[in-house]
Design a protein around this ligand. Sequence first.
Ligand SMILES: NC(=O)c1ccc[n+]([C@@H]2O[C@H](COP(=O)([O-])OP(=O)(O)OC[C@H]3O[C@@H](n4cnc5c(N)ncnc54)[C@H](OP(=O)(O)O)[C@@H]3O)[C@@H](O)[C@H]2O)c1
Length: 342
Amino acid sequence: MGDPYGLKRVIEPVGAMPQPAWKLDNSMRCGDDEMLIDVDILNIDAASFTQIKEAVGTDPEAVANRMREIVAMRGKHHNPVTGSGGMLIGTIAQIGPNSSKRNLVVGDRIATLVSLSLTPLAIDEINHIDLSSGQVKITGQAILFDSGICVRMPTDLPDRVTLAVCDVCGAPAQTARIVKEGQTVAVLGAGGKSGMMVLAQARRNLGATGRLIALEYAEKSAETIRALGYADDVLVCDAQNPVQTLEVFEQAVGTQLADVAINCVSVPGTELASIMITRDRGLVYFFSMATSFTTAALGAEGLGKDVDMMIGNGYASGHADLALDLIRAEPVLLAAYVHKCG
Ligand SMILES: NC(=O)c1ccc[n+]([C@@H]2O[C@H](COP(=O)([O-])OP(=O)(O)OC[C@H]3O[C@@H](n4cnc5c(N)ncnc54)[C@H](OP(=O)(O)O)[C@@H]3O)[C@@H](O)[C@H]2O)c1
């Protein structure tokens, strides 16, 4: 019997799947249908990285210690506060004899497309931490289960750009499905990695129709969004302050609220701002991992807002190809990514 989902790696609680499990076996022996990866770079999920910096400060050594602590405690980089992971780049060191990944060979460089929150990981050294992007160079190893998807690293893009794009590739893929011509679309956290991709994809779907509104926290990031040229309006506000967000939104757009709001913010407490700027029967897509299901559901009920809400499934069929093709086709987006993490 194979073990495509990595059930044998779960230490506790017994019977859990690897993602929700508290602890995984991170011994680096490659199982029959597993793949062993020599890891170079981790891309820590933005909500997780922000939380770690808030908790321990921005001294790289303190961040490194917390990362080691998480992996020692859980056998994976699964932040116990945010529940989120990230993903990695590495080189295939071994492929189990029963692996179904026939298109890959030892020595291939790959990026994983499943979360670090379910990926057995061993860190030998932390070599460098980029405090702004959350990309961390390490010496270490990881295990990919047979069900775990990955992509061979393209040679035409910088590795760090590919890593960042693949981390958030679910967001533009879902945007491509959701946004329709003529709609008013609001993107919260629009100047971040996922936010910029969502803006680019939403503009493609809208064409010259509708209205695309970018909401951003810092004026500096707002300038970057203006330079991209995708958004019709760029508004500066604090999404943790729902009343201020609605005021700023209505001042710019009037009382016609968004048909679709897409939340790409990296901090908690932004559910109500997203809901309040969305019209009744509109859709709020929560890509942010800092989203609380309870706050969103009970908050909408309390406001009497009849909106649909969608959880940001990190996977959509063809998501990595869509996102990588998008960045290849959009030079301004690529330049912004290179500036952010290149
Ligand atoms: N669903 C999934 O599968 C999945 C996968 C990957 C990531 N995520 C989640 O997606 C979210 C965004 O990730 P990312 O990599 O795009 O993050 P990012 O690059 O760090 O961007 C986060 C954005 O949020 C903005 N922001 C922070 N505080 C804000 C506030 N109070 N009000 C308004 N905006 C604020 C930031 O603005 P400033 O730069 O101005 O501070 C930035 O533009 C995170 O929560 C991450 O966990 C989800």
